[in-house]
Ligand binder design. Structure first.
Ligand SMILES: C[S@@+](CC[C@H](N)C(=O)[O-])C[C@H]1O[C@@H](n2cnc3c(N)ncnc32)[C@H](O)[C@@H]1O
Length: 304
Protein backbone atom coordinates (compact mmCIF):
# COMPACT_ATOMS: atom_id res chain seq x y z
CA UNK A 1 0.00 0.00 0.00
CA UNK A 2 1.28 3.45 -0.87
CA UNK A 3 1.97 5.94 1.93
CA UNK A 4 2.56 9.07 -0.12
CA UNK A 5 3.05 11.84 2.44
CA UNK A 6 3.03 15.56 2.21
CA UNK A 7 5.94 17.70 3.35
CA UNK A 8 4.91 21.02 4.77
CA UNK A 9 6.65 24.28 3.99
CA UNK A 10 7.56 24.82 7.66
CA UNK A 11 9.45 21.49 7.73
CA UNK A 12 11.29 22.35 4.52
CA UNK A 13 12.22 25.80 5.92
CA UNK A 14 13.40 24.19 9.17
CA UNK A 15 15.68 21.71 7.43
CA UNK A 16 17.10 24.02 4.73
CA UNK A 17 19.91 25.58 6.86
CA UNK A 18 21.07 22.13 8.03
CA UNK A 19 20.94 20.87 4.45
CA UNK A 20 23.04 23.80 3.28
CA UNK A 21 25.72 23.07 5.89
CA UNK A 22 25.65 19.31 5.24
CA UNK A 23 25.90 19.36 1.45
CA UNK A 24 29.22 18.37 -0.07
CA UNK A 25 30.95 21.57 -1.14
CA UNK A 26 33.32 19.53 -3.33
CA UNK A 27 30.42 18.04 -5.31
CA UNK A 28 28.65 21.40 -5.52
CA UNK A 29 31.83 22.85 -7.01
CA UNK A 30 32.23 20.00 -9.48
CA UNK A 31 28.60 20.32 -10.51
CA UNK A 32 29.00 24.09 -11.06
CA UNK A 33 32.15 23.49 -13.11
CA UNK A 34 30.33 20.89 -15.22
CA UNK A 35 27.40 23.26 -15.86
CA UNK A 36 29.85 26.06 -16.70
CA UNK A 37 31.67 23.76 -19.13
CA UNK A 38 28.38 22.92 -20.91
CA UNK A 39 27.36 24.70 -24.07
CA UNK A 40 23.91 25.86 -23.00
CA UNK A 41 23.40 29.57 -22.48
CA UNK A 42 21.31 30.19 -20.54
CA UNK A 43 22.19 27.10 -18.54
CA UNK A 44 19.07 24.97 -18.09
CA UNK A 45 18.34 23.15 -14.83
CA UNK A 46 15.54 20.76 -13.91
CA UNK A 47 14.86 20.32 -10.17
CA UNK A 48 12.81 17.19 -9.39
CA UNK A 49 10.60 17.42 -6.26
CA UNK A 50 11.62 21.02 -5.72
CA UNK A 51 9.23 21.76 -2.83
CA UNK A 52 9.53 25.47 -2.08
CA UNK A 53 12.75 25.88 -4.08
CA UNK A 54 15.49 25.35 -1.47
CA UNK A 55 17.75 23.67 -4.05
CA UNK A 56 17.46 26.69 -6.35
CA UNK A 57 18.25 29.05 -3.48
CA UNK A 58 21.32 27.01 -2.60
CA UNK A 59 22.65 26.39 -6.10
CA UNK A 60 21.78 29.47 -8.16
CA UNK A 61 24.21 31.87 -6.40
CA UNK A 62 26.95 29.25 -6.46
CA UNK A 63 26.42 28.70 -10.18
CA UNK A 64 26.48 32.47 -10.56
CA UNK A 65 29.78 32.62 -8.69
CA UNK A 66 31.12 29.95 -11.07
CA UNK A 67 30.41 32.29 -13.98
CA UNK A 68 26.99 30.98 -15.03
CA UNK A 69 25.33 34.35 -15.38
CA UNK A 70 22.16 33.26 -17.18
CA UNK A 71 20.14 30.41 -15.70
CA UNK A 72 16.76 28.89 -16.55
CA UNK A 73 15.19 26.69 -13.88
CA UNK A 74 12.18 24.35 -13.98
CA UNK A 75 11.00 23.36 -10.52
CA UNK A 76 8.77 20.27 -10.57
CA UNK A 77 6.66 19.07 -7.65
CA UNK A 78 3.18 17.63 -7.20
CA UNK A 79 2.25 19.72 -4.18
CA UNK A 80 0.50 22.94 -5.25
CA UNK A 81 0.88 24.51 -1.79
CA UNK A 82 4.66 24.08 -1.85
CA UNK A 83 4.93 25.43 -5.38
CA UNK A 84 2.75 28.40 -4.38
CA UNK A 85 4.99 29.04 -1.36
CA UNK A 86 8.10 28.92 -3.59
CA UNK A 87 7.70 32.41 -5.03
CA UNK A 88 7.23 33.97 -1.57
CA UNK A 89 10.25 32.10 -0.21
CA UNK A 90 12.32 33.24 -3.19
CA UNK A 91 11.06 36.83 -2.89
CA UNK A 92 12.03 36.99 0.79
CA UNK A 93 15.41 35.42 0.04
CA UNK A 94 16.12 37.72 -2.91
CA UNK A 95 15.08 40.77 -0.88
CA UNK A 96 17.31 39.81 2.03
CA UNK A 97 20.24 39.68 -0.40
CA UNK A 98 19.37 42.99 -2.06
CA UNK A 99 18.31 41.28 -5.32
CA UNK A 100 15.05 41.77 -7.21
CA UNK A 101 12.33 39.28 -8.13
CA UNK A 102 9.86 39.93 -10.93
CA UNK A 103 6.69 37.87 -11.16
CA UNK A 104 5.62 37.49 -14.79
CA UNK A 105 2.56 35.31 -14.21
CA UNK A 106 4.00 32.18 -15.83
CA UNK A 107 6.98 32.20 -13.51
CA UNK A 108 9.44 34.64 -12.03
CA UNK A 109 12.84 36.11 -12.67
CA UNK A 110 15.52 36.78 -10.08
CA UNK A 111 18.08 39.44 -10.90
CA UNK A 112 21.07 39.16 -8.59
CA UNK A 113 24.64 40.44 -8.57
CA UNK A 114 26.28 39.07 -11.68
CA UNK A 115 23.66 36.42 -12.44
CA UNK A 116 19.97 36.11 -13.20
CA UNK A 117 17.56 33.20 -13.23
CA UNK A 118 14.24 32.63 -14.95
CA UNK A 119 12.18 30.19 -12.90
CA UNK A 120 9.08 28.22 -13.81
CA UNK A 121 7.20 26.02 -11.34
CA UNK A 122 5.59 22.94 -12.88
CA UNK A 123 3.01 20.85 -11.06
CA UNK A 124 3.43 17.20 -11.90
CA UNK A 125 3.12 13.86 -10.14
CA UNK A 126 6.58 12.39 -10.59
CA UNK A 127 5.44 8.96 -9.40
CA UNK A 128 4.24 8.42 -12.96
CA UNK A 129 7.92 8.33 -13.94
CA UNK A 130 10.31 10.82 -15.42
CA UNK A 131 11.15 9.13 -18.74
CA UNK A 132 8.70 11.28 -20.64
CA UNK A 133 9.64 14.63 -19.12
CA UNK A 134 10.54 17.04 -21.88
CA UNK A 135 14.21 17.97 -21.60
CA UNK A 136 16.75 19.69 -23.77
CA UNK A 137 20.18 18.35 -24.65
CA UNK A 138 22.67 19.24 -21.95
CA UNK A 139 20.02 20.18 -19.36
CA UNK A 140 21.29 19.60 -15.81
CA UNK A 141 19.13 17.49 -13.49
CA UNK A 142 19.13 18.16 -9.75
CA UNK A 143 17.14 16.81 -6.85
CA UNK A 144 17.35 17.10 -3.08
CA UNK A 145 15.85 14.86 -0.40
CA UNK A 146 13.77 12.84 -2.87
CA UNK A 147 15.55 9.67 -3.90
CA UNK A 148 15.04 7.63 -0.72
CA UNK A 149 11.30 7.74 -1.54
CA UNK A 150 11.56 6.19 -5.00
CA UNK A 151 11.56 2.62 -6.31
CA UNK A 152 14.13 0.76 -8.38
CA UNK A 153 11.92 1.04 -11.49
CA UNK A 154 11.60 4.78 -10.98
CA UNK A 155 15.36 5.13 -10.59
CA UNK A 156 15.88 3.29 -13.87
CA UNK A 157 13.57 5.86 -15.47
CA UNK A 158 15.66 8.67 -13.96
CA UNK A 159 18.81 7.16 -15.47
CA UNK A 160 17.12 6.95 -18.88
CA UNK A 161 16.12 10.62 -18.50
CA UNK A 162 19.60 11.86 -17.62
CA UNK A 163 21.19 9.68 -20.29
CA UNK A 164 18.84 11.27 -22.83
CA UNK A 165 19.63 14.75 -21.52
CA UNK A 166 23.37 14.23 -21.29
CA UNK A 167 23.81 17.02 -18.74
CA UNK A 168 25.36 16.84 -15.26
CA UNK A 169 23.41 15.39 -12.33
CA UNK A 170 23.46 16.45 -8.67
CA UNK A 171 21.32 14.39 -6.26
CA UNK A 172 21.78 15.58 -2.70
CA UNK A 173 20.68 14.79 0.87
CA UNK A 174 19.49 11.24 0.24
CA UNK A 175 19.12 9.29 3.51
CA UNK A 176 21.85 6.68 4.00
CA UNK A 177 20.58 5.02 7.19
CA UNK A 178 23.10 6.39 9.69
CA UNK A 179 21.42 7.46 12.96
CA UNK A 180 23.92 8.03 15.77
CA UNK A 181 22.61 9.31 19.11
CA UNK A 182 24.69 10.58 22.01
CA UNK A 183 24.17 9.88 24.85
CA UNK A 184 23.18 6.23 24.33
CA UNK A 185 19.64 4.98 25.06
CA UNK A 186 18.82 1.29 25.24
CA UNK A 187 15.94 1.67 22.75
CA UNK A 188 17.94 3.54 20.06
CA UNK A 189 18.81 0.44 18.03
CA UNK A 190 15.21 -0.84 18.09
CA UNK A 191 13.77 2.50 17.00
CA UNK A 192 16.47 2.96 14.34
CA UNK A 193 15.78 -0.55 12.99
CA UNK A 194 12.05 0.16 12.72
CA UNK A 195 12.76 3.51 11.04
CA UNK A 196 15.09 1.83 8.55
CA UNK A 197 12.42 -0.76 7.70
CA UNK A 198 9.84 2.02 7.29
CA UNK A 199 12.14 3.77 4.81
CA UNK A 200 11.53 0.90 2.38
CA UNK A 201 7.74 1.14 2.42
CA UNK A 202 5.91 2.47 -0.61
CA UNK A 203 5.92 6.30 -0.53
CA UNK A 204 3.92 6.62 -3.72
CA UNK A 205 6.64 5.47 -6.16
CA UNK A 206 6.48 1.71 -5.48
CA UNK A 207 8.64 -0.12 -2.88
CA UNK A 208 11.08 2.57 -1.73
CA UNK A 209 14.83 2.17 -2.11
CA UNK A 210 15.18 4.04 1.18
CA UNK A 211 18.72 4.13 2.48
CA UNK A 212 20.09 2.19 -0.51
CA UNK A 213 18.96 4.81 -3.05
CA UNK A 214 22.29 6.55 -3.65
CA UNK A 215 24.14 3.26 -4.10
CA UNK A 216 21.49 2.07 -6.55
CA UNK A 217 21.68 5.29 -8.57
CA UNK A 218 25.48 5.15 -8.57
CA UNK A 219 25.37 1.55 -9.82
CA UNK A 220 22.86 2.28 -12.58
CA UNK A 221 24.74 5.36 -13.78
CA UNK A 222 28.03 3.49 -13.61
CA UNK A 223 26.59 0.76 -15.84
CA UNK A 224 25.66 3.38 -18.45
CA UNK A 225 29.26 4.55 -18.42
CA UNK A 226 28.84 7.75 -16.40
CA UNK A 227 31.59 8.71 -13.96
CA UNK A 228 29.94 9.08 -10.54
CA UNK A 229 31.15 10.62 -7.27
CA UNK A 230 29.42 10.12 -3.90
CA UNK A 231 30.13 12.02 -0.66
CA UNK A 232 28.62 12.01 2.83
CA UNK A 233 26.33 14.92 3.69
CA UNK A 234 25.18 14.17 7.23
CA UNK A 235 23.29 16.50 9.50
CA UNK A 236 25.00 16.95 12.86
CA UNK A 237 22.23 18.16 15.16
CA UNK A 238 22.65 19.39 18.72
CA UNK A 239 21.99 22.26 21.08
CA UNK A 240 22.26 24.83 18.28
CA UNK A 241 19.52 23.14 16.22
CA UNK A 242 16.98 22.07 18.85
CA UNK A 243 13.84 22.59 16.77
CA UNK A 244 15.10 20.53 13.85
CA UNK A 245 16.46 17.90 16.24
CA UNK A 246 13.11 17.57 18.05
CA UNK A 247 11.13 17.42 14.80
CA UNK A 248 13.52 14.82 13.40
CA UNK A 249 13.14 12.65 16.49
CA UNK A 250 9.34 12.97 16.28
CA UNK A 251 9.45 11.88 12.63
CA UNK A 252 11.61 8.88 13.50
CA UNK A 253 9.26 7.86 16.33
CA UNK A 254 6.17 8.25 14.12
CA UNK A 255 7.68 5.97 11.49
CA UNK A 256 8.78 3.45 14.14
CA UNK A 257 5.26 3.29 15.59
CA UNK A 258 3.77 2.81 12.13
CA UNK A 259 6.25 0.04 11.46
CA UNK A 260 5.53 -1.83 14.71
CA UNK A 261 2.41 -0.61 16.51
CA UNK A 262 2.97 -3.24 19.22
CA UNK A 263 5.94 -1.17 20.43
CA UNK A 264 4.01 2.11 20.65
CA UNK A 265 4.30 2.50 24.44
CA UNK A 266 8.07 1.93 24.47
CA UNK A 267 8.59 4.17 21.45
CA UNK A 268 6.58 6.99 23.01
CA UNK A 269 8.59 6.72 26.22
CA UNK A 270 11.80 6.84 24.14
CA UNK A 271 10.47 9.89 22.29
CA UNK A 272 9.63 11.69 25.54
CA UNK A 273 13.15 11.02 26.89
CA UNK A 274 14.85 12.10 23.67
CA UNK A 275 12.75 15.27 23.16
CA UNK A 276 13.35 16.38 26.72
CA UNK A 277 17.12 15.87 26.24
CA UNK A 278 16.98 17.73 22.92
CA UNK A 279 15.11 20.66 24.44
CA UNK A 280 17.62 20.83 27.29
CA UNK A 281 20.50 20.91 24.79
CA UNK A 282 21.80 17.53 25.97
CA UNK A 283 21.33 15.41 22.85
CA UNK A 284 23.43 15.05 19.72
CA UNK A 285 22.19 13.21 16.64
CA UNK A 286 23.99 12.49 13.39
CA UNK A 287 21.60 11.75 10.52
CA UNK A 288 23.41 10.29 7.54
CA UNK A 289 22.84 11.44 3.96
CA UNK A 290 24.72 11.09 0.69
CA UNK A 291 25.27 13.48 -2.19
CA UNK A 292 25.88 12.17 -5.69
CA UNK A 293 27.35 13.98 -8.67
CA UNK A 294 27.53 12.41 -12.11
CA UNK A 295 29.08 13.78 -15.24
CA UNK A 296 27.99 12.96 -18.74
CA UNK A 297 30.11 10.26 -20.24
CA UNK A 298 32.85 11.72 -22.43
CA UNK A 299 31.84 11.81 -26.08
CA UNK A 300 33.44 9.15 -28.21
CA UNK A 301 35.51 11.63 -30.23
CA UNK A 302 37.46 10.70 -33.35
CA UNK A 303 38.80 7.15 -33.51
CA UNK A 304 42.56 7.19 -33.31
C1 LIG B 1 11.77 16.13 1.60
S1 LIG B 1 10.90 17.11 0.46
C2 LIG B 1 12.25 17.93 -0.40
C3 LIG B 1 11.82 19.19 -1.08
C4 LIG B 1 12.95 20.03 -1.66
N1 LIG B 1 13.72 19.29 -2.63
C5 LIG B 1 13.85 20.56 -0.55
O1 LIG B 1 14.99 20.11 -0.45
O2 LIG B 1 13.39 21.41 0.21
C6 LIG B 1 10.33 15.94 -0.74
C7 LIG B 1 9.57 16.58 -1.87
O3 LIG B 1 9.10 15.55 -2.74
C8 LIG B 1 7.86 15.96 -3.26
N2 LIG B 1 7.17 14.77 -3.76
C9 LIG B 1 6.85 13.65 -3.06
N3 LIG B 1 6.19 12.81 -3.86
C10 LIG B 1 6.09 13.40 -5.07
C11 LIG B 1 5.51 13.03 -6.32
N4 LIG B 1 4.88 11.86 -6.46
N5 LIG B 1 5.60 13.88 -7.37
C12 LIG B 1 6.24 15.08 -7.22
N6 LIG B 1 6.80 15.49 -6.07
C13 LIG B 1 6.72 14.66 -5.01
C14 LIG B 1 7.18 16.59 -2.06
O4 LIG B 1 6.06 17.39 -2.40
C15 LIG B 1 8.34 17.38 -1.45
O5 LIG B 1 8.42 18.66 -2.00
Amino acid sequence: MSEARSFDADWLALRAPADAVARSSALTRRFAEAVAAGEQRPARLLDLAAGTGANLRFLAPRLGAAGIAAQTWRLVDYDPDLLAACIDACRTWAGSNGWSLHDNGAGFRIVADGWHASVRCVRRDLSRGVDTLPVQPGEAVVTTALLDLVSHDWMEGLVRLVDRTGGPVLATLTDDGLLRFAPFDALDATVAGLFEAHQHRDKGFGPALGTTATAVLAGLLGRTGWPVAVRRSAWVLGAESRSLLSETIRGIATAAKEQDPSRTTETEAWLARRVSQAEAGGLRLVVGHRDLFAQPKPSAGPTP
